[in-house]
Design a protein around this ligand. Structure first.
Ligand code: FES
Length: 448
């Protein structure tokens, strides 16, 4: 089922690339990160075009819960412990600036996109200690946060960590307006990128600067993003008749839920798992059970799923794609925080490309070193990949397609919930007929 944003919003169709062209910057991907980066590059005086394989906002932007916040689970205490206070402050500032930048753009351009400033909360039903630690960590780097023991949630909590002046909006209404200011070629699929040339199915674009803002980079080498990112799926239900919640909430306990108001609807989210690890299904049913339990009077009127790229250390990769490709840039690995990260990426990449100073670029650099947590995650990620590759040697059953991933060959797992074949290695997805839904794979599955 499509998200509520898709049903509420129409984005004007654009023509495909008309043939070969030369420009100063080309952005691959017309989601929030791609469009905002192109917009900022253009504002900085660079001739910029965006290439999109499908339609503007047709990727993960349409599936977000569209919280714009610098409260990213319990990240600050961890960042301070592993990278220090300066890095934690840089991370917070990049995301806080992002919220302000959305507000400024929306006010200046009078974009009608339901933008509302509100508080964001982390909650726990069991243990207040991590929340207290997070509040102390944030206060320690000079940012306001409050620990409380009360909330507007329909159950008692052990505590909440409150961050004020966060925001929510309708992402596709915003994207529809802001994308009018950039040149986008839709239905233009990138086939390969070499040096300064982006080869598509409609022609070749030559550009001094190339930005990969296509969710998960599809080029394996250089960059090796496949070795340092996996994908996760999560689920959202839009409820009618659930009453109002003013703040945005996220549970830190196992099976914690996300809550966020949109007009008369309450968006309830949860059920996160690694892509390719939903062989039994039941995620939507689980969410519906939670909705019935918490809001017996409510009705689920829409439900959908999202897919997010997760980095080894929980920090996005925003910056140069690889030291071996100085004119390529990347914005990926936003975790569950795509909206603030998209704006932060637009700011950082524009600064790098126009050779301005960015106090925040270092913490997001894709070339940063590995923390202890990153090394542990790398081990887990590698085990999934080895398992997927070994499984591909086993007999593949009798289906219509060969269930081996065209990306690097891992055995695909059937996802009964969504009727898709999902890859547990790096998260590519395919429909029942083997047609590609999500990358990094670029091709359909082989048919028998
Ligand atoms: Fe990489 Fe499937 S997505 S092997």
């Amino acid at each position: 089922m499509e998200s509520i944003w898709v049903t509420e919003t129409g984005i004007r169709k654009r023509e495909p690339l008309p043939g070969d062209l030369e420009t100063e910057a080309v952005v691959i991907g017309a989601g929030m990160a791609g469009i905002l980066t192109a917009y900022h590059l253009q504002q900085a005086g660079l001739r910029t075009v965006v290439l999109e394989a499908d339609r503007i906002g047709s990727g993960q932007t349409k599936n977000t819960t569209a919280k714009i916040t610098f409260q990213h689970r319990l990240i600050y205490n961890r960042l301070i412990q592993t990278l220090g206070s300066r890095a934690a402050f840089a991370y917070a500032s990049a995301n806080e600036n992002a919220i302000d930048a959305y507000e400024k753009l929306i006010r200046e351009k009078e974009i009608d996109c339901d933008f509302v400033r509100c508080s964001s909360y982390l909650y726990s039903r069991k243990d207040a200690a991590p929340l207290r630690r997070e509040v102390d960590a944030v206060m320690g780097i000079g940012i306001d946060a409050v620990f409380e023991t009360d909330s507007e949630l329909p159950f008692p909590v052990a505590g909440v960590a409150r961050f004020d002046r966060q925001a929510r909006f309708n992402p596709l209404k915003f994207l529809a307006a802001i994308s009018e200011e950039v040149t986008v070629y839709e239905q233009t699929e990138v086939l390969k990128v070499e040096g300064n040339r982006v080869q598509t199915n409609k022609g070749c674009v030559s550009a001094r600067h190339i930005v990969f803002a296509c969710h998960y980079p599809f080029i394996n080498m250089p960059g090796y993003y496949f070795a340092r990112m996996h994908q996760e799926r999560s689920y959202v239900a839009a409820l009618e008749g659930a009453g109002r919640i003013e703040g945005m909430y996220l549970g830190i306990d196992k099976d914690g839920l996300s809550f966020r108001q949109q007009g008369d609807m309450l968006l309830l989210g949860g059920g996160s798992h690694r892509t390719g690890r939903n062989q039994k299904g039941g995620q939507y049913a689980w969410l519906q059970d939670r909705a019935r339990e918490l809001y017996p009077e409510s009705r689920v009127i829409r439900q959908w799923s999202a897919q997010d790229c997760m980095t080894l250390d929980g920090i996005p990769y925003i910056g140069r794609f690889s030291i071996r490709r100085p004119n390529w840039y990347v914005a990926t690995g936003f975790g569950k925080w795509g909206m603030s990260s998209s704006m932060a990426a637009a700011h950082i990449l524009t600064a790098l490309i126009t050779e301005q100073r960015s106090a925040q670029a270092g913490v997001f650099s894709p070339q940063r070193g590995l923390t202890g947590r990153a090394v542990k995650e790398l081990g887990i990620h590698s085990l999934y990949t080895i398992k997927g590759l070994v499984k591909h040697l086993l007999p593949a059953g009798q289906g219509r397609i060969v269930p081996n991933c065209p990306h690097m060959g891992c055995r695909l797992e059937w996802n009964p919930e969504e009727g898709t074949y999902d890859c547990p290695c790096h998260g590519s997805r395919f429909d029942e007929s083997g047609k590609l839904i999500d990358g990094p794979a670029q091709n359909n599955c082989r048919r028998r």
